[in-house]
Design a protein around this ligand. Structure first.
Ligand code: WTA
Length: 650
């Protein structure tokens, strides 16, 4: 394979941090220097500074048996104590940990003291149900405080949680319960989504009926008050058990390498992988990145990460990072457009959110609706914006900064993965000159390389494969029950360097640009083209709201670029002829990137197929572009979408 990626999308704007921001920033260039001088000593310092250890560690990294790393492995700590008790002991018990906002408009503020008590109660109940060190607990809940409480209660007693996103089906839940042999399931009667109650407990019942029988108990939070059946002897209400349990609970310490959680993520094969994370290293890096990437001032900031706890972003940047740092945060149950399209901005105004962390897909859907919606609200409390999940195209970056951020506040684009556990590549606001569209630089203490297929470093602007070349504290420790798959997937390709599965390039300043998954990189007439780059170009066109690009097999060129584009509402109301729009966009891409990138086809559609977490399922679009039968659509948020798109493409 020749790794040479054509790119032409020039984004020349740079944004220097304002002097005011730089002056108050928690990050200091000395962090980079310290990490460069002695990487391991740097991480050991962070672990000591940011966390409280029951038993201090003396060893930082054991990499004697790659790819199985051990960090701080003679140390002991309790993760929940680090997120809760120690803040209360430090006199911060009255600080709000969570401003909870339910979709129907109910709200509840929970202080650190209250959250600590709730977690202790839940820990007592779990132990009463016979859950102990190393046991697995499946959590299938809406975005309500009990999700956070459950995770921390499991962590407190040294059990291992496996959070399953509430939008997953009973089959997916059953396979995850079976794979981890979960003993307990924590769920709710239901939750609120898009103005309706969505039942969860019935799905749990269905799922358990399909499992091999590991589940002994089910704990049910009453949230939506929909009718549910409790199976005597197996199921119990949360409010009747946790609600009445004592709030005294002595926490014991666990080894730093003790597993904290399993989180399933889809791989290249059909079977989801159970990514395993451990305690000390994971908490060190989530706390470190949460503090420095988000410039956290815990006394004054109100932080809001919009991710669901069912995904890794919710684990690291709703639960562990922010709580380890004693942050005050917003937790919102529902969807961005319920009961009105300005709901998020209303929440920002209500709680005076100062740090907002969300995904490009959300930003682009707000762009589609137009700036007048956010402009109805007072967003002046915002002082920092973050992005994660996919490359953020410069146009969305600029819109985010201007329309949401008022034009002058930093936007950090953070690259990482379920497997990396925490942010790996990001600007540090206050230090880094920001460059829209680029994730920019490895965080201090992280070593990133871009390699060609044969493992040689790719310098300059031709692209290659992103690897993490040194072990890092929050790295995955394996795939649950499948060490071979762990080695094969991530380590076989480059020996002891971690293969991330993403394409990337360095620009002339050495900044990193992510080019999408390598499986989404196309080869057109021997030229490698990135789907992300063409999408970015399409989205930069004033008519485009959203775009997805796939490489479809083509007799003459090997692969051809096929694009699916949603036009902006204004364009649709001008009744632009789809054929004209498609021709205009093909020309636009050819002009911006080069003739080689001109899409063979641009289909104008109303919707794109997305998973429940908002990722576009390009595989399905590729099926369509290649005239194949559409593959498995069960992970789509709306399974009827492909039918509609097929009609439009005909
Ligand atoms: C992609 C989400 C470009 C990437 C935290 C990665 C990104 C995959 C970015 C992991 C970013 C995530 N720029 N691409 N800032 N952040 N990705 O496991 O392809 O859900 O491999 O973790 O998302 O997705 P995951």
């Amino acid at each position: 394979m020749t790794v040479q990626i054509d790119h032409a999308l020039e984004e020349i704007r740079r944004f220097r941090p304002s002097p005011e921001f730089a002056a108050q920033s928690v990050a200091d260039p000395a962090l980079y220097e310290a990490a460069k001088a002695d990487r391991l000593a740097f991480w050991a310092d962070q672990a000591r500074e940011l966390l409280t250890w029951h038993k201090p560690f003396t060893r930082t990294l054991d990499w004697s048996n790659p790819p199985f790393a051990k960090w701080f492995d003679d140390g002991e700590l309790n993760v929940a104590v680090n997120c809760l008790d120690r803040h209360v002991e430090a006199g911060l018990g009255d600080r709000v940990a969570i401003h909870f906002e339910g979709e129907p408009g109910d709200s509840r503020d929970i202080t650190y003291a209250e959250l600590t008590d709730e977690v202790k109660r839940a820990a007592n109940v779990l132990e009463g149900l016979g859950v102990g060190e190393g046991d697995r607990v499946a959590i299938y809940l809406p975005m309500i405080p009990e999700a956070v409480i459950s995770m921390l209660a499991v962590a407190r007693i040294g059990a291992i949680h496996s959070v399953v996103f509430g939008g997953f089906s009973s089959d997916s839940l059953a396979s995850r319960i079976d794979d981890a042999e979960a003993k307990l399931v924590i769920t709710a009667d239901g939750g609120y989504r898009k103005g309706r109650v969505f039942p969860l407990k019935p799905t749990v019942d269905e799922a358990i009926a399909k499992t091999a029988g590991s589940v002994e108990n089910v704990l049910v939070v009453r949230r939506a008050e929909n009718d549910v059946a409790l199976e005597p002897g197996r199921d119990q209400w949360w409010h009747e058990t946790v609600g009445t349990a004592p709030a005294e609970h002595e926490a014991t310490a666990f080894n730093a390498e003790h597993p904290l959680f399993i989180l399933y993520t889809s791989g290249t094969t059909g079977k989801p992988k159970g990514v395993v994370h451990s305690s000390g290293g994971y908490l060190t890096q989530t706390a470190f990145t949460h503090k420095y990437v988000f410039d956290l001032h815990p006394e004054t900031d109100v932080y809001w990460c919009t991710a669901d706890v069912g995904w890794v972003t919710g684990h690291s940047y709703v639960v562990y990072g922010p709580l380890a740092n004693g942050a005050t945060q917003v937790l919102y149950e529902g969807t961005p457009d319920t009961p009105h399209p300005g709901r998020w901005w209303e929440i920002v105004e209500k709680y005076k959110v100062s740090i907002l962390y969300t995904a490009p897909t959300a930003i682009r859907s707000f762009m589609k609706l137009g700036r007048q919606i956010p402009h109805e609200f007072n967003l002046r409390s915002l002082r920092l914006l973050g992005s994660v999940g996919e490359p953020i195209n410069p146009e969305a970056w600029i819109w985010y900064r201007h329309v949401i951020g008022g034009g002058s506040i930093p936007v950090v684009d953070t690259w990482w993965q379920t497997e990396t556990g925490a942010i790996m590549i990001s600007a540090l606001p206050g230090i880094t000159d920001l460059k829209p569209g680029s994730a920019q630089v490895p965080i201090p203490g992280i070593s990133i390389d871009i390699l060609s297929d044969d493992g040689t470093p790719v310098e300059g602007e031709s692209g290659g494969l992103l690897v993490v070349s040194e072990p890092w504290p929050s790295m995955l420790r394996g795939i649950w029950g499948d060490p071979e798959r762990f080695k094969e997937t991530y380590w076989e390709k480059f020996g002891d360097k971690y293969f991330a599965g993403d394409g990337a390039r360095h620009d002339e300043d050495g900044d990193i640009w992510l080019l999408g998954r390598v499986d989404d990189v196309m080869n057109v007439s021997g030229h490698r083209l990135s789907t992300a780059e063409i999408e970015s170009s399409l989205v930069a066109h004033p008519w485009t709201a959203e775009a997805a690009v796939v490489g479809a097999s083509d007799e003459t060129t090997g692969q051809a670029v096929v694009a699916f584009v949603i036009l902006k509402a204004s364009q649709v109301s001008h009744a632009t002829d789809p054929a004209d729009a498609s021709e205009e966009l093909r020309k636009h891409v050819a002009m911006q990137i080069g003739a080689i990138a001109r899409p063979r086809q641009v289909f104008i559609v109303n919707e794109l197929p997305k998973t429940r977490s908002g990722k576009i399922m390009r595989r399905l679009l590729r099926d369509l572009a290649e005239g194949r039968q559409i593959g498995d659509t069960t992970t789509l948020a709306d399974t009827s979408i492909m039918q509609i798109i097929s009609e439009q493409v005909k």
